[in-house]
Structures are given as structure tokens and as C-alpha cells.
Design a protein around this ligand. Sequence first.
Ligand code: ATP
Ligand code: MG
Length: 392
Amino acid sequence: MYNTYLIKYGEIGLKGSNRHVFEDALAKQIMRALRRISGEFSVRKERGRVYVNCAGDWDEEETVSALAHVFGIVGICPVYEFPAGSYEELEQHMLEYVAGEYAGSHASFKVKAKRVDKEFPKNSMEVSADLGGAILTHFPDMRVDVHNPEILFDVEIRDRTYIYSKVIPGPGGMPVGSNGSAMLCLSGGIDSPVAGWMIAKRGVTIDAVYFHAPPYTSDRAKEKVVDLAKKVAEYAGPIRLRVVNFTDIQLAIYDNCPHEELTIIMRRYMMRIAEHFAKKNGNLGIITGESIGQVASQTMQSLITTNAVCEMPVYRPLIGFDKSEIVEIAQKIGTYETSILPFEDCCTIFVAKHPVTKPIPEIIERSEGKLKGMIEELVAAAIDTAELIKVE
Ligand code: ATP
Ligand code: MG
């Protein structure tokens, strides 16, 4: 019945003179998503509208699913599109459309026509009324309800004519590539993939860093993180994932610092190294999955202490979220099942029984002083030996 999708975008429509920049970013992301599936697609931008034309060997379900992963899209409307002609031709097409999509339906409906082409002989109100009447005549089981219709037929008369009545929700947000890039600290847990997804949703390109500690953490734990990065990449586009061997740093901390401070000191070294790579990449911020009070290392005092080693802004999109709210998003975006696989995390190996919950930065700095003379070399080595994985 149709071979076009009308793409509804949300906030981009509020942009002023630089709106085309966002539309271009959206078009680019749409093409990226569709490149992975079979079919021949093209994106057409036209006076505040974005259309996707489908040809060749394309599958409806696959196409909609790909589009549902593109940030910036709030609605995906399958559109019946045909060349503009007379009113009689339009009515004929309308009836074909209803027969094709709603044969046997008893639903209430409303027709909302919009005449953009002022040459068309009837105005918007007349087209709506006349098409409504024609539908009632040919489909007597349907009825009109102008206030709360079950089906809303949108009809747009432009240089071509468009009919649609279904809006499949998109993920919302802003197109990736419209807003700089950031470095995600990606662990194998539930939170950090969600945090990365949330920042990507605002149009930010994502890079990532994972700290592993072989042999304390296995290759499977690393594979799990790569899999999580892939899931995030389905929305965010390609991710450059750096895998940093953190073992020697962790052992040095373990051997030299008070055990109740292990986690917080470890987190500080993670942030320092993450920032190093972020600067190297030209990222404009660091992202973590932290949420106030979730664990000892995420009390407000702990957050101050880890934050203190970073010059760049640290974005914590989950800061006010309960675990159950984070889990809900993880399930929705498809990272949850991977996140709960039981592979050990490098932080759980070296955890103290009673970690500090109110660390004082000066005291932590004094403890870190005990690492002087060895840690610099270990950090440099961790940076030098980091593995770069390009996740598509
Ligand atoms: P997650 O938040 O992913 O479930 P977590 O709950 O175990 O991990 P913490 O260990 O307190 O939380 O870590 C807080 C944040 O620090 C994580 O959300 C993540 O951004 C970052 N982080 C923790 N461990 C690692 C790691 N091994 N590699 C990269 N980043 C990490
Ligand atoms: Mg967490």
C-alpha cells in the first residue's frame, strides 16, 4: 500500500535558523540505520518534513525497527503517497487506503486534511468533510467522531498527496552528531549503558572506556562489555571502545592504601585515565552511570571526591534515578539481559567490607601519596597498552 515513511521529529522543529543542521544530522542517522538492512532507501527533506522512500527488497518490520533506533524521531508514519491530481482522484485513493488498511473496521474516525497547495480546488475544511462523507458511504460500519476518533486520517495535499493514519513511536531526543561527543565509562553493569544511551539521546556521539583486571576479570567479562557497547551503538552509532588493563594499578592501590578507601581511589584513577582518553579524542565530557546513594562510592561526598580529579564536566544522567527506574530503561533499550550476565566486575574483586561513605578529598589525596613514584609509570603503561575496539 505504501513505500514512504513520514518522519515526525520533535524538538528539531523548535530550532530556528540552524534547523537544517539538525535535519541534516537526522537524515544522516536515518541513512546509517537503514544501511544495515536490505532495501534501497532515500531520505527526502522538504519544507519542514522528512520522508524516507523505500524501494527494492525492503521489509516493513525491519525498516520500522531500524528507524525506531534513530534519536530525533518521535513518530514513524507509514504514508500512502501519490501524485497530486483532482479531488476525484484523491477520493479514489482515500477509499483504496481505507479498504486496504481498515476493511471490516467498526472504528470511529476523523479526516484532517491540510491543503498546502493552494491551487487545489477545495480548501482543507471541504476536503475533510467530503472525504469523511465518502468513507461513511463506502464503509457504513465506521462512524465519525471529531473529538475522540479511534482513527485519525491525515491527508496532506502538497506537490504530492499523502495519506497516513498510524504513528509508530520513535525514541525521541536529538540526532546523534548534532551535539559533540563524550567519553562513557562503561562497566558491565546495568547503569552505565543506560547512562550512555541517555546522553546519546541528546545528540551526543559516544566513545567508551572499560577498565578490566585480568586475571581477576575474565575475557568473558570483557566480551560482555563489548556486547553492551554494541547494544548502545545500535542507537548511538559506532563507538570507539578503549579497554584498559587496570590490574597493576589496582594491585598497587590494594598493597599501599587503606582498604576502606580502595574503591574510591580506584574510581579516581579510572576517572583520570578516562579523562586522558577523552582529551585525546576531543570529547567534551565524561559520562558515568552513578546515582546518588546507590553504593558507598556514590554518596555525595564520594562523588565530590571522584569528581575532584577531573577537569572536564562529568555527566551523570542517572543521578536522580532509582535502580528500578534504571532497570526499566535497560529493558526497553535491550541492554538489561546482557548486563545481568554473571561475569565478575573488577570493582567487586577488591571491595572492602566497610568502605568509606564520607571520604574527605584531602585524606584520600594523602593515601594516594603512598603510591607516588610507582603509580605514574603504571598509569602511563595502562594508557600505552590500552586496546582500541571499534564497535559498530
Ligand atoms: P554500573 O553503574 O555500570 O552498574 P556499578 O553499579 O558497579 O556499575 P560503580 O562500580 O560504583 O557502579 O561505578 C560507578 C560508575 O563508574 C559506573 O556506572 C561506570 O560509569 C563507572 N565504572 C565502574 N566500573 C567501571 C569499569 N570497570 N570500567 C569503566 N567504568 C566503570
Ligand atoms: Mg551503578
